[in-house]
Design a protein around this ligand. Structure first.
Ligand code: X5A
Ligand code: ZN
Length: 691
């Protein structure tokens, strides 16, 4: 710790805190992570260290409606204003339950007005130069709030309101360019939308994304969302692929993305959407940024905008961890602490994200148009963390050993990751609802954002663990699973859904978590080569396992029996087909899906995608055949390189045994596709034709 040298004046740092912002609480006193204690704990911590005495303590102020109106609709403003009034007493809870992760009570309106007004007050003081910087300890948070939507614990978008105030209401203060740094663990979807076409605001958000499965799920936080029109290049997303990100990952992003761009942009002021839910031990974030890490991030920002920084609280749900982090930041702003180096290693996945972001943005920010020495950077980096595997009590194979093996689902083939992630289709007319692939979904199935809303309701008040979320989400998305081998026989396929085994199988299936039957079954013929190999399998004992050549060929015809199932079920089938669903006899539950909406988008684009997470399984390649009823037809087969190895004889190509043949024939006959004789001839032809 070093005191600031005697010849340089102490920086003037403002603090805003007001007890009235604690009156926004859950109506019945149920526990909720976004609780009044959050700001009380921070304030107490700062007091215990004598920080307020070394700062300028400002009064909170309610925002005027006219300032809200630049980012929120009239409708939304009236709603937040009136929600706490007496006449809403009976309706308030019902209204809140219709919103995404929002509670409301008699204190909500005042708290929301104070939070937004305080950030305006703070920003004006800093813009004027009365103060060097301010920490606004406010709640409810703001960055999820959209122009006409309260969500994610946020009512008004405090930071966006203040940014607009400076730009539109106070031009005389000379603030023409604002950098918003959003380091809350969640994507700042609201702020992004408000300035998406506006180059006067450079919005930068680093957040957990988990390929679209982390709150607020969907595609908005993807790195391809770079802004539009005159705002193109002025929206920057850093989407982490998984949990456990630490100081080193954040510093790497600062050093290789944010800082070079900030130098070029040269902002007049910096507003930090400072959530502390990426902090170590936060119950929602699952990351591990330390107070030291936060102070370093903040210190690196102080070289810009003559140190004009407004730090605004967003999320953060571990009282101790966030209080320590805010304290560390206060000391940095007061220049009482100079910050040293960090001690963790950067994730390999973080380098991958950084590289992808730099690639995406280098046309707008030439300083990024240099290759990073990625090979040497990655050499010293951490592998992705293992997924948490949940063991199921419904295991059909008893074993008392814990499930220890883990599959890293986020690490599919390297070359795929380095390609820019393609965009999920956004339906503009429907307020940006995400539609899986290029398909229009069935009317009764929900859009991904509706589905994620539902998932959110399921988990409200709970620690979001990602597990319920992805299953709820993908249970709303339907696909055709196309079978061409033994699964053409419906009773055999149903084992993958319902569990158990049928005649001829030597080992039972565990089934899908969602045991509901396929919604529909239809048949189709496709121009792919059916082949047989791997004479012995866990399921059949001696068999002759069916595969499709991923390549299309006009001379080939394969029968497909297609089941309309959910994408959740497809994931469970994918795992069982690859014998990756159990370890030491324990059924494993996936912490994240092998095939999520984002990867589905890849598959749709490339038609065939080897999944690195399944690389040890025989069915590691997913094929996107075509569509039926506007739903994608998916199947799984061996890799293209396995086809080559079958051809060369390196892997045994092996005709079906009698029992296996019987299952295939049963499928084709009971499915009314072929007579018994025709079915036998079809299988024999495929088995004997030269590869
Ligand atoms: C501000 C903030 C998080 C919302 C999570 C909803 N919101 N599950 O951190
Ligand atoms: Zn957050």
């Amino acid at each position: 710790m070093a005191a600031s040298p005697d010849d340089s004046p102490r920086p003037r740092v403002g603090l805003i805190y007001d007890e009235r912002m604690c009156r926004h609480t859950t109506p019945d006193g149920e526990a909720h992570p976004e609780c009044p204690e959050r700001i009380r704990a921070i304030w107490k911590k700062l007091q215990s260290e004598g920080i307020p005495q070394r700062c300028v303590v400002l009064n909170a102020k309610k925002v005027e409606d006219k300032y809200l109106a630049s980012v929120h609709t009239r409708n939304h403003i009236e709603f937040i204003k009136n929600i706490s009034s007496k006449e809403f007493d009976s309706r308030r809870q019902r209204i809140a339950s219709k919103l995404d992760s929002i509670y409301l009570n008699v204190g909500s309106s005042e708290a929301a007005y104070l939070a937004a007004g305080s950030v305006i007050e703070a920003s004006e003081k800093v813009a004027k130069g009365d103060l060097n910087s301010v920490i606004a300890i406010v709640r409810p948070p703001g960055h999820h709030a959209e122009s006409n939507e309260a969500m994610g614990f946020c009512l008004f978008n405090n930071v966006a309101v203040a940014a607009n105030y400076l730009l539109n209401e106070k031009p005389e203060l000379g603030i023409k360019k604002i950098l918003i740094v959003d380091w809350d663990v969640h994507h700042g979807n609201g702020t992004q939308k408000m300035f998406y076409k506006d180059p006067r605001v450079l919005f930068f958000s680093v957040h957990r994304f988990d390929f679209g499965c982390f709150y607020p799920s969907g595609d908005d936080g993807a790195y391809c969302m770079i802004g539009e029109g005159p705002g193109a290049g002025y929206n920057i997303n850093i989407p982490w692929e998984h949990d456990q990100c630490s100081d080193a990952d954040y510093i790497a992003v600062w050093d290789h993305v944010l800082i070079p761009i900030a130098k070029e942009y040269n902002p007049d002021i910096i507003l930090v959407s400072a959530g502390f839910d990426a902090a170590i031990d936060d119950p929602l974030g699952g990351c591990c940024v330390t107070p030291h890490g936060y102070s370093l991030l903040l210190q690196k920002l102080m070289q810009f905008a003559q140190g004009k920084i407004v730090m605004v609280l967003e999320g953060g749900y571990n009282l101790k961890s966030m209080s320590n982090s805010v304290l560390a930041c206060a000391k940095v702003l007061l220049q009482e602490e100079s910050v040293g180096s960090i001690h963790t290693a950067t994730f390999k996945s973080a380098w991958r994200v950084i590289e992808a972001v730099r690639h995406e943005l280098k046309g707008y920010w030439p300083v990024l148009d240099v290759e990073l020495p990625l090979n040497s950077l990655i050499t010293n980096s951490r592998p992705c963390p293992p997924e948490v595997i949940y063991s199921s009590s419904e295991s059909d194979v008893e074993n008392d050993e814990g499930a220890t093996h883990t599959i890293n689902f986020s690490e599919f083939a390297e070359h795929d990751v380095l390609l820019p992630l393609s965009k999920l289709k956004i339906d503009e007319d429907n307020h940006g609802k995400v539609i899986a692939s290029d398909q229009v979904q069935e009317e009764e199935s929900l859009s991904a954002s509706e589905a994620s809303h539902e998932a959110e309701l399921v988990t409200s008040n709970e620690i979001v663990d990602g597990y319920i979320t992805w299953r709820s989400l993908l249970s709303k998305v339907e696909v055709w699973y196309a079978s061409y081998g033994s699964n053409m026989w419906m009773p055999r396929f149903l084992c993958y859904i319902e569990g158990g085994k049928v005649e001829g199988m030597s080992a039972p299936c565990c089934g899908s978590q969602d045991k509901s039957s396929p919604k529909d079954v239809i048949w189709k013929i496709v121009p792919h080569r059916l082949l047989f190999g791997r004479s012995h399998s866990r399921t059949w004992g001696a068999g002759g396992v069916a595969f499709l050549d991923p390549e299309r060929s006009t001379s080939d015809r394969a029968y497909l029996c297609m089941y309309r199932i959910t994408l959740e079920q497809f994931n469970d089938v994918l795992l069982q087909e690859n014998s990756l669903h159990q370890e030491n006899g324990m059924i494993k539950q996936m912490a994240s899906p092998v095939l999520d909406l984002h990867i589905l988008e890849y598959v749709a684009k490339n038609k065939s995608l080897p999944l690195k997470t399944l690389k040890d399984g025989w069915y590691s390649t997913v094929l996107y055949l075509e569509t039926e009823d506007d739903l994608p037809i998916l199947t799984m087969t061996c890799s293209a390189s396995d086809v080559e190895r079958f051809k060369s004889g390196e892997l045994p190509a092996s005709a079906p045994t009698k029992d296996y043949m019987k299952t295939l024939v049963n499928g084709l006959v009971e499915g009314k596709q072929l007579t018994m004789e025709e079915a036998v001839a079809y299988v024999n032809d495929a088995a004997t034709r030269k590869l």
